[in-house]
Design a binder for this molecule. Sequence first.
Ligand code: UDP
Length: 241
Amino acid sequence: MAHKKYTRVVLKLSGEALAGEIGYGIDPTVIQSIARQIKEVVELDVEVAVVVGGGNIWRGMAGSAKGMDRATADYMGMLATVMNSLALQDSLEAEGVPTRVQASIEMRQVAEPYIRRRAIRHLEKKRVVIFAAGTGNPYFSTDTTAALRAAEIEAEVILMAKNKVDGVYSSDPKLDDNAVKYDEVTFLEVIQKGLGVMDSTASSLCMDNDIPLVVFSITEEGNIKRAILGEEIGTIVRGNK
Ligand code: UDP
């Protein structure tokens, strides 16, 4: 068996990663590819918890920019993450991977409530745990959820799968030809330089709790496994270099 660098990870999937080229909703081929990639690492005996975003369906900020009450718009965003989580669960189970969805907003007919100790037990039994509904609080993001849950379940790393970039750049590579990709960067630099990896709340939480982050592209199949094996893909973000 290939030598893995991590044994318990949080995989953060943005909503956009599920939308693929369409840019909206859920692309079945893309979600199946992600499910296969997750299966590959479960087969390495890695405990995988997934935090799924909702930006492919709804973002609270966008709603509030159009005059909607921010908290209401954010709750809608959290519900969007539940839809994505159920879709991912479906794809994983079709691949034969046992899963549990735990939601931070109670909805017992569709998901278990988030219970930290139970989540850890599922992971120990090699079930993939999908954390849905963000933190359960408006004004937060699913990046912050990933940082929070990673700290709670004592994950060794957050694998941040992106679908449009393959790491952290000095500026937006789509707009700036001189943008340089970092191999390693610190959370402090991310915050001070506004590097657009994750929001500042999420970055601070990772920094304060010493949770490293691997930012990489999900569009290249096999990349989740490469990240687990410690191959140098994308960018590593740490507390200190
Ligand atoms: N959200 C929230 N609290 C949370 C997590 C998410 O209010 O703890 C809402 C927020 O409106 C956000 C939306 O859910 O815009 C979707 O999450 P996010 O933008 O993080 O998804 P991603 O960018 O990863 O697709």
